[in-house]
Design a protein around this ligand. Structure first.
Ligand SMILES: C[S@@+](CC[C@H](N)C(=O)[O-])C[C@H]1O[C@@H](n2cnc3c(N)ncnc32)[C@H](O)[C@@H]1O
Length: 372
């Protein structure tokens, strides 16, 4: 998708719909990138090398800045692309109807016992049709948003929204064994849902929304593959949150969403997840990141980080770890400001299921500037 340079104002309803499209573990609140970008008076080229569900990209869209997001996880890429889509509720619904009426199921489901307990037979049939049709690199904006919506309603607590699954958390998928055990003990069965109505209910905020251009781009690559030739100019501003040390396996919790996207549900998909094998390796990877960002940013560029640690990880204090990695990188990222965060990264709670990690602690918002 080429960069365009028109503004793309979005109403509050559309903005809220896109921000709450799908829970994503460890996403930061929209206010973090939005407050930074609102203050920029000139048009900027913004990068988020760990874009997750696309919060920075949405903030850039809302404030009229160009952006590039990268992430290695296919679910992150699909959600980020959905946040940049320009389309309307009518188009999304029409496309969903077309897929359901024209396609027929070609591929039988492998693990049918699990899927039969998770989804009502009619819902499973429709999901299989959508799944069969998914082709990451061949979709237009309407399909990008449609699949973002489907990811958002795929699973969650039955009585709390238009979720398609038997009751389970919305923010992550526990293992099949844990889910089976829970459903058996609760004698719960999957709800009979009309998938088109669920899509419409989730996407209602888009009603009457005119298709407006946005100017962001998302790529499924690792941070060490980023270079500014993709954008034809160096980045002015980076707003990001690298994976915290010890929070490495959370993406396993996206296995059911990965299934919908026909992706291998084991993570990392490309073997490139940020290194968590030891603190030493992790610090070296951070140093590699600062070096890579130096190469693709203009002099004077700003780097805004939201960074912290997991209590049980044994990591040193956050600012010490950052300082060590900056020293190892031997680059000119100079710390200008560090402020502790009082609201942790978003971890939607799911009381009846154990969460895969403790909440992060010692979290900071840090501003660095690239000097020559
Ligand atoms: C803390 S989350 C970012 C959340 C994001 N700020 C948001 O609001 O959704 C970190 C992200 O880094 C991604 N990631 C891990 N290793 C990566 C790598 N080597 N290159 C690019 N992305 C990576 C993970 O898939 C995850 O989405």
């Amino acid at each position: 998708m080429p960069f365009s340079c028109c503004l793309s104002p979005l109403s509050g309803k559309v903005r809220n719909l896109l921000d709450s499209l799908c829970p994503y573990f460890t996403r930061f609140p929209l206010s973090f990138p939005l407050d930074i970008l609102k203050k920029e008076t000139r048009s900027r080229l913004v990068l988020d090398p760990f874009c997750g569900c696309g919060t920075t990209l949405l903030a850039a869209r809302l404030t009229g800045h160009r952006s590039l997001g990268t992430d290695i996880h296919p679910v992150a890429v699909a959600l980020s692309r959905a946040k940049l889509a320009r389309t309307t509720l009518e188009e999304v619904l029409q496309r969903a109807k077309d897929i359901l009426s024209r396609e027929s199921i070609l591929e039988p489901e492998e693990n049918s016992e699990f899927f039969e307990c998770c989804f009502h037979p009619e819902v499973l049939k429709d999901l299989q049709l959508f799944r069969q049709r998914y082709h990451r690199e061949k979709m237009d904006d309407t399909e990008e948003l449609l699949y973002g919506i489907l990811l958002g309603i795929l699973h969650g607590p039955v009585h709390k929204g238009p979720y398609l699954s038997n009751s389970m958390p919305a923010s992550f998928s526990p293992s099949q064994e844990v889910l089976f055990a829970r459903w058996r003990s609760d004698h719960s069965s999957p709800p009979a849902r009309n998938i088109l109505q669920c899509i419409a209910q989730k996407a209602y905020g888009l009603k009457g929304c005119p298709a407006r251009p946005s100017f962001g781009q998302v790529e499924q690559i690792s941070f060490d593959q980023i270079d500014s030739s993709r954008t034809h100019s160096p980045f002015d501003l980076i707003i990001t949150s690298p994976p915290y040390f010890g929070l490495s396996n959370l993406c396993c919790g996206q296995w059911l969403r990965s299934w919908l996207l026909r992706e291998n549900s084991t993570f990392p998909p490309s073997g490139r997840e940020m290194n968590h094998t030891s603190l030493q390796d992790y610090t070296n990877t951070l140093a590699e990141l600062w070096q890579r960002l130096t190469l693709c940013c203009r002099e004077g560029a700003s780097l805004w980080l939201r960074f912290g640690k997991v209590p049980e990880s044994g990591a040193p204090p956050t600012l010490e770890l950052l300082d060590e990695s900056l020293t190892r990188a031997e680059t000119q990222w100079i710390m200008r400001q560090a402020q502790p965060v009082d609201t942790p990264l978003l971890r939607p709670s799911c009381p009846s299921f154990e969460s895969p990690s403790s909440p992060p602690e010692d979290e900071w918002i840090i501003h660095l500037r690239l000097q020559n």
